[in-house]
Design a protein around this ligand. Structure first.
Ligand code: NAD
Ligand code: MG
Length: 392
């Protein structure tokens, strides 16, 4: 059992989405550094069994199970401990407003991560941000609020962590552009006549990363890279034309920054999300680990190509959303969440995901400077439109 949480030198981490791919890897990082970190809050949507075993191991102050029908089971399993148990969507926001933690790791997938993250920012809590959808939906509002509250938003997404690491020490030096690398996913080089027959299980096989289902599908459609372009715009205050995507199938260079003098900095390493997670949790420190290292002496070639926007049209739609701004990225995200859900249920084909997103973008009224409420409405409208289209 890992020691409890009270030493004043340990950073108390609230992991929202602790049972997911990012959440579990973050707990590995915490377990490896009990002198530096402890788990203060853990939350999960449905996997109560994993949440219970995490709570028994890490002894957090509280846990939240999103699915209220699982509350009794979690409560009973933790009755002999001091861990408080809450349930339901509202509880996520309430717990995010607690005083008792030092940093939130925002690792919920999708739009569901937005409100708890906003509540944490309101409370002045630093955010280690894995949940890119939060910035896609409401980047302007989130960054404005973070600025107002002097809250750092530390990227966990590997590309954004790479850019962030390249920017350390650069002060006011001007960024000419950033180069976001993309693995290309399992269907790199394929054409629509192949993609039309792609099934769920094939799309879930990512060549370099082992991630949650939604982001794995987004990586296969290149929507993930589109969402990351929008995420980068907000994190690093960039214009759309300063954000370039390049396919780099080996996933060794995690992204690059080109400065005003043309010099390019890259951050490199073997693909392992524990590194950006650890970097965000420990920033500005770097801490030791025993992760495998990249070896330049081993034969291997690093290659780079332009993305195929005509085949992977989700990336083209994302660039369109990035350029238009307003509520368009929010609509893109909402329609994509519904379409990916339907694809994962084998209800629609791979290329239908793009059709649904495009039709939602054409359908929902444009709002140039949406309020948070208007974004919630656009999200709901786009979801209903997409679900109706798909007869879900
Ligand atoms: P995942 O599906 O493995 O885990 C998602 C977590 O969120 C789980 O703990 C789940 O219980 C919780 N959750 C799901 N729906 C919820 C809801 N409606 N309300 C509350 N909680 C809910 O996802 P993941 O791969 O860990 O990704 C998490 C986030 O991190 C995503 O936004 C993703 O884009 C981003 N990200 C992930 C990776 C990766 O390697 N997995 C890399 C970069 C960025
Ligand atoms: Mg990424």
């Amino acid at each position: 059992m890992t020691a409890s949480n009270n030493s004043s030198s340990t950073k108390r981490i609230a992991i929202f989405g602790s049972t997911g791919s990012i959440g579990t890897q973050a707990l590995d990082v915490i377990a490896a550094h009990p002198d530096k970190f402890c788990a203060e809050i853990l939350t999960a949507q449905t996997n109560h069994e994993l949440l219970i075993s995490q709570a028994l191991q890490f002894n957090p102050n509280c846990v939240v199970i999103g699915d209220e029908s699982k509350y009794q089971k979690v409560k009973e399993a933790l009755s002999g401990t001091e861990t408080k148990v809450f349930a339901g969507e509202k509880a996520l926001q309430e717990v995010a407003s607690f005083d008792t933690y030092d940093m939130m790791l925002a690792a919920i997938v999708g739009y569901a991560g937005l409100k708890p993250t906003l509540a944490a920012i309101e409370k002045g809590k630093p955010i280690a941000l894995a949940n890119k959808e939060t910035l896609v939906v409401a980047g302007e509002i989130i960054m404005q609020k973070a600025l107002e509250k002097r809250v750092p938003i530390l990227p966990v997404d590997s590309e954004h962590s790479a850019i962030f690491q390249c920017l350390v020490g650069e002060g006011r030096n001007r960024i000419e552009k950033i180069i976001l690398t993309a693995s290309g996913g399992p269907f790199f080089g394929k054409k629509p006549n192949f993609l039309v027959n792609v099934k769920r299980d094939h799309a879930l096989q990512h060549p370099n990363w082992n991630m949650g289902a939604k982001i794995t599908i987004d990586s296969a459609t290149l929507m993930n890279k589109g969402l990351e372009m929008i995420e980068a715009k907000w994190l690093f205050n960039l214009k759309p034309e300063q954000i370039q995507v390049v396919i780099h199938p080996q996933s060794i260079i995690h992204s690059m920054v080109q400065f005003q003098d043309g010099s390019i900095k890259a951050q490199m390493g073997l693909p392992d999300m524990k590194l950006p997670i650890q970097y965000a949790l420990a920033f500005p420190q770097r801490i030791d680990n025993n992760f495998p290292r990249y070896d330049f002496r081993k034969p291997g070639t690093l290659t780079f190509e332009e993305p195929d926007l005509r085949t992977f049209r989700n990336l083209a739609l994302s660039i369109d959303a990035l350029n238009k701004g307003g509520n368009v990225p929010c609509v893109l995200n909402a329609a994509n969440e519904i379409a990916v859900f339907a694809f994962l249920k084998n209800r629609i084909g791979f290329l239908d995901i793009t059709t649904v997103v495009e039709r939602a973008m054409n359908k929902i009224d444009f709002i140039a400077n949406p309020t948070l409420e208007e974004l919630f409405e656009s999200d709901a409208e786009a979801r209903i439109f997409a679900a109706t289209l798909l007869e879900l």
